[in-house]
Each structure stands twice: as C-alpha cells, then as structure tokens.
Design a protein around this ligand. Structure first.
Ligand code: 8Y4
Length: 293
C-alpha cells in the first residue's frame, strides 16, 4: 500500500470561500491572471484590462476552478505599487468576473485591497505575506473569504540573494502553523485556510525540491495545500528551458505536487494541467473501490 492518508483524496474535506464551498474530491486548478505591466511570464501582455478580462475568460473556458487575480508583480527585484494603483488594475477584472460561476481569488498583501476586492466579489485572499502586514489579519478576518497563507523567507526584493535553511520542510511547516494559529485567534476558522510552501520565494532549487518531497508533511496539518510551481526557475534549472518553454515541466510539477498531497495547483497553463490531472484523478478513483491495488 504505497499511498499514505495524506496523499489520498479526501472527499469530505472542503474549503469555505465566501458563497462557495470548494470540495477536494479532485485536485483544483487555480489559473493565474496577472494585471501587471512587468509580469515575469506575460511581459505586460495583459496590462490592458480588456486583455486581462479576456485572459480570465479563457482560463474559465479551459476549466479553471479558481482564478487568481493580481495587480502587483512579485518577481525578484520588482517595484512595489500603492493600493490605489493595485485597485485600478484589478477592480475592472473583478467587476467583469463578478457574475462568473468560477470563484475569484485576489493576490494581494494590502488590507485596503483585500477589503475592496472582497466587496467586488473576490472569495479568496491569496497573500504571499501570509497576512503579516499591519492590518491584514484583521482585514481578512472581517470578510468571509478563504485565505491562502504562503511561506516566504525575506521579501521579494532580496529573497533570492542567499536563502538559508536548516531543515526547510520543518521551518516552513512551523511558520505556516504559526500563521494558522494567528488566523484562528483573529477569527478565521480552519475551514477557510489554505497553506502554501511558497515555491521560489526565498528558496534555492534544492529547497524547492525538498519542499515538493515534503508536501505530505504540510498536508498532515489537515489543511489543503496549494502548490505554485508553474514556470518557476526551479523548472528552468532542471530542464534548461526559458520561462516560455516550461509548460511541460510545469504540468509534470503539478502532477508530482498533487501526487504528494497538494489539493490546489496555481498555474498559467490551465488546459494542459487539467488534462494531466484528469488522468491522475481517474487512476486514483479507480483504486477507491476497496480493492486497494
Ligand atoms: C515565471 C513565472 C517565473 C512566474 C516566476 C513566476 C505564488 C503565488 C506567485 C505561489 C501563491 C510567480 C502570487 C510568482 N507565486 N501565490 N504568487 N503561491 N499562493 N513567479 O507559489 O508566479 S507569483
């Protein structure tokens, strides 16, 4: 029996996200919608709001289970934007997607952006700072949105300079548990929380690979684990490919993460990832009739 409880599909577990209850009877695909002029992968292609909305609709057509809309680039060395500019970028996209049956997540760390985004229909707050900025915990707690708590060592400006860990999996797990405790103390129930090791955020390749292998340790918290490996540099290191040629490695990484217990994958390439996950899910389901082989 090579399959541990942590990697088994758990049909009972679900996530409260505003008016949605997301089940995990199969892995969920979160599609990335960048509304930034300097995004690593999209090169400003979707800065124009119309293009961003078109991209969001395309990801829905491709089968995205969640859309993650972000207006501030987090690539190493990128410049921060103020809340007003972030909202100017994302609100038109949130407005356009408000009637969509697909839940929308907002990728932000700023309390005022969280509030305005949830008012505009976002049902999840995806925060690379795990609600550590002043006022963020309170802002998220005042909503009924789900929260994704992500680990990051340092800040986007300097995080890739020389990240150091003793036991990266244990340290990431301890950090996430502390943030889950802070959320619960602020009134955010566990049924609203997703945890994320934060691939590429203050991590060398070896740390990212250790964390992929360590996903079962994070899944043992009982909380859904989100894995964001799509197009990231660890995949470039492995394959020697530039960012635009990392679709196949990204799909492989998504499957590996899910096989190790991730419940949500954050990806650029929704159609390819969905097909691959459909194969994985079919194999898992065919083994759920009790014969265990
Ligand atoms: C190429 C393409 C190279 C994209 C790097 C990147 C995560 C996240 C990001 C993640 C969660 C990114 C906002 C970085 N990554 N949120 N956000 N988890 N929860 N870089 O892994 O995609 S942006």
């Amino acid at each position: 029996m090579p399959c541990s409880d942590a990697t088994r599909l758990t049909p009972h577990a679900s996530l409260r996200a505003g008016r949605f209850t997301l089940g995990f009877d199969r892995p969920l695909v979160m599609g990335v919608v960048n509304v930034t002029p300097d995004s690593f992968s999209d090169g400003g292609q979707f800065y124009d709001r119309t293009r961003a909305v078109e991209h969001a609709r395309r990801l829905v057509d491709e089968g995205a289970d969640i859309l993650d809309v972000g207006g501030e680039s987090t690539r190493p060395g990128s410049l921060p934007v103020d809340a007003q500019e972030e909202l100017r970028r994302i609100l038109p996209v949130l407005d356009a997607m408000a009637g969509s049956p697909v839940p929308v997540s907002v990728d932000t760390s700023k309390p005022e952006v969280m509030r305005a985004a949830v008012d505009a229909g976002a049902v999840m707050i995806n925060d690379i700072y795990a609600l550590r900025l002043p006022g963020a915990l309170e802002a998220a707690a005042a909503t009924d949105a789900a929260v994704c708590l992500m680990h990051m060592q340092g800040d986007p400006r300097t995080m890739q300079d020389d990240p150091v860990y003793g036991d990266v999996v244990a340290e990431v797990k301890a950090f996430l548990e502390e943030r889950v405790d802070a959320c619960e103390a602020a009134g955010i129930g566990r049924d609203r929380i997703v945890v994320d090791p934060g691939f590429g955020f203050g991590k060398k390749s070896v740390h990212n690979l250790d964390l992929i292998r360590g996903i079962p340790v994070l899944a043992a918290t009982g909380l859904p684990v989100l894995a964001g490996l799509s197009r990231k540099s660890v995949l470039g290191k492995i394959t020697g490919r530039m960012v635009g040629d990392r679709i196949h490695s990204s799909v492989a990484a998504a499957i590996v993460a899910v096989a190790r217990g991730a419940r949500i994958v954050r990806v650029h390439d929704v159609a390819a990832t969905r097909d691959a996950l459909a194969v994985w899910t079919a194999v898992e389901e065919s083994g759920m009739d009790g014969h265990g082989r």
